[in-house]
Unconditional design. Sequence first.
Length: 222
Amino acid sequence: MAGRFLLSGLLTAALASISASAAPVIKRNPYSFVLENPYGDAVFELGNVSYLANTKHPKASAGCTTPAGSATSIPITVIKTNETTITKDVLESVVSSYLDGDDVFSHDFMDGLYISSGVKSTLDVSAVDYLASLNTSMLFVDASVSTDASMNKMVLESAVDLPAGPYLASVEDGSVSFATVYRLYPDTYRTFLFGAYDANDGQENHNPLGVFLPKFWDPMIP
């Protein structure tokens, strides 16, 4: 009888150990293109949330090592750091600060990740495991960042100067561009004549949103 209790206790401890070591995988909403507005920019959805991406005049572009035929659009998060060893704790702290302080950002923007560092950095095993738990499918890095991550990794030919946060990345053969993203909110009380956003065309112009989403009764503002 004592042996049976001992075996049961060992089995329970083993299962508890497995449960503690297996990080829960976060479920993300997939990117869903909705339409192109009259100014050539993309309206898309992540789950039930609608966004506008300024794809006609992206914030920055760079050459990078991309597989042939890899043209795609992917929600992406830019993380900037000067840590020589980038760990899970470093990434988790940054993501947590985004969730707390940025109403555009969500875990859905972790489908892709661009890590930019001003110093020689290494993405360690804990960080790679953390990205796996987030289902991150594409990793972009500066030449200064090294990692053995098994996910699709693309090295930018030169670092791009981008504010940290969420973007929509457009990946084509040999290049990637990062488009500014705006979350779209219904203007329930008709406070604005129309929603407008920075055209980023170098002439300080602003574009009206220029679209109506049938699933909302109210006009949208970015």
